[in-house]
Design a protein around this ligand. Structure first.
Ligand code: HEM
Length: 117
């Protein structure tokens, strides 16, 4: 169990990404323990769900379209566009809700504060 939230990065702290987050300052402010914990949760879920959905749905696509799999095996240089196509095909992030924080307009469409889409 953690007994205290670190008040300084300290000279011996390892240079891990979490240490960078803990010691980062923006406008003289650092993350609170709650903010760090919530960001860690967001990072774990965001990184896991997206890549898991993309990989499994991409594999399913190749099972259903073995000709495309053979095409990739025959020419591995297709990998960069394959990744883009799997992301398009799988749509790993299907629901992303947003809330307008103020009255605004996007491409001529008025959007009232607190509208959720
Ligand atoms: C197939 C892979 C991925 C896809 C399709 C994807 C997609 C997205 C999308 C659409 C957003 C919202 C961006 C916005 O607000 O405009 C997002 C945000 C985010 N993603 Fe990913 N992501 C992927 C992989 C990852 C991985 C591997 C990580 C971390 C290890 C990650 C961490 C995050 C975090 C932390 C945010 C929130 C950023 C913020 O609001 O400041 N994502 N991602």
């Amino acid at each position: 169990m953690r007994t205290s939230w670190p008040s300084s990065a300290g000279p011996t702290r390892a240079k891990t990404w979490s240490a960078c987050l803990l010691s980062a300052e923006v406008g003289g402010e650092r993350l609170t323990e709650l903010e760090f914990d919530l960001f860690f949760l967001l990072l774990a879920v965001a990184g896991n769900e997206t890549t898991r959905n993309a990989i499994s749905h991409g594999m399913l696509g190749f099972f259903d379209h073995p000709d495309q799999w053979q095409r990739l095996l025959a020419d591995p240089s297709l990998m960069p566009t394959t990744v883009e196509e799997v992301l398009r095909w799988a749509s790993p992030v299907m629901h992303f809700r947003r809330t307008a924080m103020k009255d605004t307009e996007i491409r001529g469409v008025p959007i009232a504060r607190a509208t959720r889409s």
